[in-house]
Design a protein around this ligand. Structure first.
Ligand code: GAL
Length: 414
């Protein structure tokens, strides 16, 4: 049979469309990366993915709200309703294992770890937190540091200040600045996690790394003098924060530093990405008071839900997230260091180069506010305690609630 010119054209059209479809597909990525620096990192990964898999349509299912304060609830509804995204952001440690792995929602990723030799490129401590029951359950994109003191350089220079190493030094500086009408410490806890985050650095600074780690294993007494002291110090710190803290998000709190209204901000290093996105370079950094030599760590990872609608596309995503190319492109924009140990430091700004060094030498402790130290229900109970505490500053009540939360988590006996 002889085809006419038009029919041949139509057939060719169908064939090409079929080819595009074969290469096509979709990829839905769920995260809470919506602010400047967060989105910049995410979009960079999307860009690389599209170069490798041009036919795949990427659906960005990000839900705004720092630390996943809104996203986690949306994710839960979707997962329980049998409607998982193809891959989702989840913190290394308890958040990953207790919430999604032991409950049977994820696929093991051992094959990827084997194929790409990831056991050789991720640090042992990181691998241990991604493993459960002999299998790997997610791919780490980065390592963030939670216990950083960011400061406005111009203010520090004007007053001849050095970053405070101790709480005493912090309060001396704070008092001086407050008298002069400058907000000593920025805070944005419209998501209460930001107060938990600040408190976690005070716990580390008060108890030391071993004492802090002991809180999560039952070794350190939540009813003891250390936690009491930490609560008292935290209450005192709250006297120096911006009065509108409950109305601000973490990045809006950072704006106070950028605008020169506040001098210091104790927060994670996604702040560094926020500065980059907002083109602000007048900042300095140091470990949070009392936190010298300690790296309060967390990691954003991505996993493969069992019922991922586009499984192959999700596997390609995970390959990219774990790759050297992916990590070297993503992390300089995200304000984090690579989870991999073979990234080129020259690609990173001075803060991140500093963080890379510290990561090698500091004592590493798991972040509470970002899913590494405690399971979600325990963290939720601590968040509830913080909600009350930032308004009433009742040390005895908060300590009691914290101690009870540890008992409820099944870790403490009293
Ligand atoms: C953390 C997350 C970071 C950063 C931050 C603020 O929980 O690990 O990647 O995005 O929240 O939203």
């Amino acid at each position: 049979m002889k085809l006419g010119k038009w029919s041949a054209g139509i057939l060719l059209g169908f064939a090409l469309a079929g080819l595009a479809l074969a290469q096509g597909g979709k990829l839905e990525i769920f995260s809470w990366w919506t602010t400047g620096g967060e989105a910049a990192g995410l979009f960079k990964l999307f860009e690389l993915y599209k170069q490798k898999h041009p036919g795949v349509e990427i659906i960005n299912a990000a839900v705004a709200g720092g630390a996943g304060s809104n996203a986690k609830a949306v994710l839960k509804t979707r997962m329980l309703g049998g409607d998982p995204p193809d891959s989702f952001q989840v913190h290394m440690g308890h958040e990953l294992i207790d919430t999604w792995v032991t409950t049977g929602f994820m696929e093991p990723l051992d094959q990827l770890y084997k194929e790409y030799g990831w056991e050789k490129v991720f640090p042992k401590g990181v691998l241990a937190l991604l493993k459960w029951n002999g299998h790997y359950w997610s791919v780490p994109a980065n390592i963030h540091r939670a216990n950083v003191l960011w400061y406005n350089k111009a203010i520090f220079e004007k007053y001849g200040l050095k970053p405070p190493k101790t709480f005493d030094e912090f309060f001396a500086i704070a008092e001086k600045l407050k008298k002069d009408g400058i907000i000593p410490l920025a805070l944005g806890d419209n998501g209460i996690w930001a107060s938990t985050h600040l408190f976690e650095t005070v716990l580390i600074g008060t108890l030391g790394p071993e004492g802090y780690k002991g809180l999560w294993t039952g070794q350190t007494d939540w009813r003891g003098p250390g936690v009491k002291k930490a609560l008292e110090t935290f209450a005192r710190m709250l006297d120096y924060v911006n009065p509108d803290h409950a109305a601000r998000s973490w990045d809006q709190a950072n704006d106070l530093i950028i605008q020169g209204k506040a001098a210091m901000y104790i927060h994670g290093d996604w702040v560094n990405a926020d500065y980059l996105a907002k083109k602000f370079s007048g900042y300095g950094w140091a470990p949070a008071p009392g936190n010298y030599g300690v790296y309060d760590a967390l990691s954003d990872t991505f996993g493969l839900p069992k019922k991922a609608p586009h499984r192959q596309e999700a596997i390609w995503w995970l390959e990219l997230v774990g790759s050297k190319e992916g990590q070297e492109a993503f992390n300089p924009l995200k304000g984090s260091i690579c989870a991999r140990t073979d990234c080129d430091p020259k690609l990173f700004n001075p803060y991140l180069q500093w963080a890379m060094q510290q990561w090698k030498t500091d004592t590493i402790v798991p972040s509470l506010a970002h899913g590494a130290a405690a399971k979600e229900s325990w963290l939720a109970a601590i968040n509830d305690t913080m909600s009350l505490f930032v308004t009433n500053k009742n040390v005895a009540q908060a300590q009691n609630m914290l101690a009870q939360a540890c008992v409820d988590a099944g870790v403490c006996t009293r």
